[in-house]
Design a protein around this ligand. Sequence first.
Ligand SMILES: [Fe+2]
Ligand SMILES: [Fe+2]
Length: 148
Amino acid sequence: MTSEPSEFDGFQKIREEHRQLRGLLEQIETALTERSGSIDAVVDLIGQLGHQLTKHFQTEEAGGYFADALYEAPQLVNRANDLMLQHPKMTKSARNLADAADPNTDPERWWQQTTERFEAFRAELGKHEREEDQLIQEAYIRDIGSND
Ligand SMILES: [Fe+2]
Ligand SMILES: [Fe+2]
């Protein structure tokens, strides 16, 4: 087997990053639901999420945002552009996640607001990533089909 980097490897990297992000989201979800750790620990996890997300969006955009696959499937370009335009907004939302109520004056309110913001963010990112996975799959299947 050759191990030449291919378009497929690029997709695998993106899907692997999606898996890692889901893991981190799961960890934050647990921390917020169980409140087993400190506020600082949650803020730290949310900081990690911001970094991982920025890196992930860079990975996707550095590859021309699925440009190779989309060259073979131009009918998917509009959907891809719409998805890419969601990146800056989600980066901003991730940064704002921990800026809820002042945890020193009202910790209960902080937990509640952060949990609400996080749930909304998680749903938004989850939808975005599922649509990307779907796009990758459709583009890749078309590509295989065209080589038959
Ligand atoms: Fe994305
Ligand atoms: Fe993604």
